[in-house]
Design a binder for this molecule. Structure first.
Ligand code: XMP
Length: 321
């Protein structure tokens, strides 16, 4: 019979068989999936697992501290943090096509993991790479039976052809709600297990247009405000997630104080969903929308308009790219 603990036992057994007495690296993103995958592999092979947190510069405010604090405190796992901000920004220079961005980010992640494995060489050979790939990631990247490639998730369709690692993907058959139950079974705390999804390519696929340092800064500030207001309104468990998107190549005229502005719009994309395969736009209270809009336009330079995305999935996807 299907139970959460039987999934854990079965996967732990499989991981032990696959890895043998080898060593594995697991990329942590701060999200639920990679945290649960890491906890599962840790249960299977103990301290032959090293987690790597890649700061790719496409993170939201506070993300890095969260991983360093919550996840390590909960699991006692070995964690290495690498600063790859320049590598990613350089690779994304001039790129505007969404699929190209995803592939570049997927490739650079792998390059960063390879570098981390080389840096850990004294400790032994890290031949395995753990990823928190879920069933929907596989389907939407075109890996499921008969599915079209909707977008290449960074850890599936975005992998380079010359991948040196053997992949360990214990969540590949699961949906998000199942992953959350597995995480709880593995003893992970609520703050990790109930986190809203955040895509591996991060803010890189929430800037519509070229990704640059100053644009990332604008988006990071707007996103932090939206999250703060949604949390203080007690809406974190009502919404599935709320991407905040910067339309970097669009400008509109506004007026602020006694002057004309010519700034960018920020899009709020609050969605409700069961498994991210389909979604509905969340009817947020007007007062909350108003507070977010007022604060973003007042506090974030170069943003003079906040708009609300009222499209379900389908026909929209959750992320804009
Ligand atoms: P879409 O935009 O396809 O998103 O409706 C479905 C869910 O997947 C997340 N997402 C990703 N997660 N790597 C990830 O780890 C990716 O490349 C990626 N693309 C989208 C998205 O945030 C939503 O929860």
């Amino acid at each position: 019979q299907w139970t959460t603990s039987s999934i854990v036992d079965e996967q732990v057994e499989r991981i032990r068989e696959q890895i043998g007495d080898g060593k594995a690296i697991c990329g942590l993103s701060g999200g639920v999936d990679s945290a649960v995958a890491a906890a599962m592999v840790q249960r299977a092979i103990g301290d032959r697992l090293t987690c790597v947190f890649v700061d790719h510069g496409l993170l939201r405010a506070g993300e890095r501290t969260q991983v360093e604090r919550d996840f390590v405190a909960a699991t006692g796992v070995k964690l290495v943090t690498v600063d790859e901000r320049e590598r990613f920004l350089e690779a994304l220079k001039g790129v505007t096509d969404p699929e190209q961005k995803r592939k570049i980010i997927g490739r650079e992640f792998i390059r960063a993991f390879e570098q981390a494995a080389r840096d850990l060489q004294a400790d032994g050979d890290y031949d395995f790479l753990v990823q928190g790939t879920l069933y929907p990631d596989v389907v939407e990247s075109g890996g499921g039976t008969g599915a079209a490639n909707i977008k290449s998730h960074h850890n599936v369709g975005g992998l380079p052809d010359d991948l040196q690692f053997k992949l360990v993907e214990p969540l590949r058959a699961l949906f998000k709600d199942e992953v959350r139950r597995v995480g709880t079974e593995l003893g992970l705390p609520e703050v990790i297990v109930q986190r809203q999804p955040f895509p591996g390519p991060g803010l890189g696929i929430r800037i519509i247009g070229e990704v640059t340092g100053p644009r990332l800064e604008i988006l990071r500030q707007a996103d932090a405000i939206a999250r703060e207001e949604l949390t203080s309104a007690g809406l974190d468990r009502t919404i599935w997630q709320c991407p905040v998107v910067l339309l970097a190549d669009v400008r509109s005229v506004g007026v602020q104080g006694d002057g004309r502005t010519y700034g960018h719009p920020i899009v709020l994309r609050p969605v409700s969903s069961e498994d991210a395969m389909t979604a509905d736009w969340t009817r947020l209270p007007y007062e909350v929308l108003e507070r977010i809009s007022t604060r973003i336009t007042n506090e974030v330079a170069d943003v003079n308009r906040v708009v609300l995305d009222v499209t379900s999935k389908p026909p929209g996807t959750i992320e804009w790219e």
